[in-house]
Design a protein around this ligand. Sequence first.
Ligand SMILES: [Cu+2]
Length: 364
Amino acid sequence: MFQRFITTLTLLLTTVIIPFQLKADCCCCSKLPSRFGLESAPPGMVWIPGGEFTMGSDSADSRRDEKPRHRVKVEGVWMDATPVTNRQFKEFVDATGYVTTAEKAPSLDEIMAQVPPGTPPPPPEALVPASLVFKGSSGPVPLHNHFIWWEWKPGADWRHPMGPDSSIEGKEDHPVVQVSWYDAKAYAEWAHKRLPTEAEWEFAAYGGQNDITFVWGNQSFSEEEPQANIWQGNFPYQSTKPHGYAGTTAVKTFKANPYGLYDMCGNAWQWCSDLYHVSYYQQEKDKGLSVNPTGPLTSYDPDEPYATKHVHRGGSFLCHDSYCKGYRISARMKTCPDTSLNHLGFRCVMTQEMWQQEKKNVQK
Ligand SMILES: [Cu+2]
């Protein structure tokens, strides 16, 4: 159940990574009364018209999983104009008492039932609520091992994104981070929305201009006049940004794309509903035009072949050209659904049908 422990186990035991089957723990019920009034658009959401586009990239920067480019058609959908903020997530937690994955201690039995016989148990101090926090490095490091700059930190959660001594005070309008895929999904259900599919997300990020590399166009990132909150300086040890490398910025700090979407690039990664499979795009291309794709049926990441992962998109304040260039529109990233990190959040979508239903509920 606790995929996030793959990381811990990898760190602590340097052991074999094993598959965990994950169950969604849903806290919500879709038959709640409408949370909306009679507005003509769902509050805080913008209409993404839908259409046909070319998904993926075969540019020199693109990775294996972005290829091949293939044709996709998506239906129009309402999308949150910004990532879900700390303020919004708090409303959800206050209303439901929801406890996020990072706030729950994993059980030793659950872990041991899922590791190969003979695997030594993790030390008891690892079996506490904890999450992954970026710690950087003190100097240049090889960029192929991300365990160097991430730390499993007890007490890190959405209210304490960098660990127990940190807080979100003054960050009410920052994207919520340290939320697992399950947490994001639970929020979406409570809000009568859902997570976007990867195709919906990418279509929306283009803002109607399918031939661009970055949300702002084709010009490279400018350190002098930054177009988004990504890493500036030398990754992962030296940030030249005035606010240091510690984090997120308030949503809407940078310009919206033509659809009115903010933070589709940098700041915090955003969970999508799809599972991750490295050859998914090839499967999609083989099918011909793909209509409203919802992702592969199984997950496969060659980096961690036994892990089940979901996709997230958009890049974060940690993205840099020297490492991932993950802030390109077509860039894909993947994480286990019960893992949370201090650079990973989400936004939601709502179909026209869901919105019509909300309005009917109000009229009743
Ligand atoms: Cu990145």
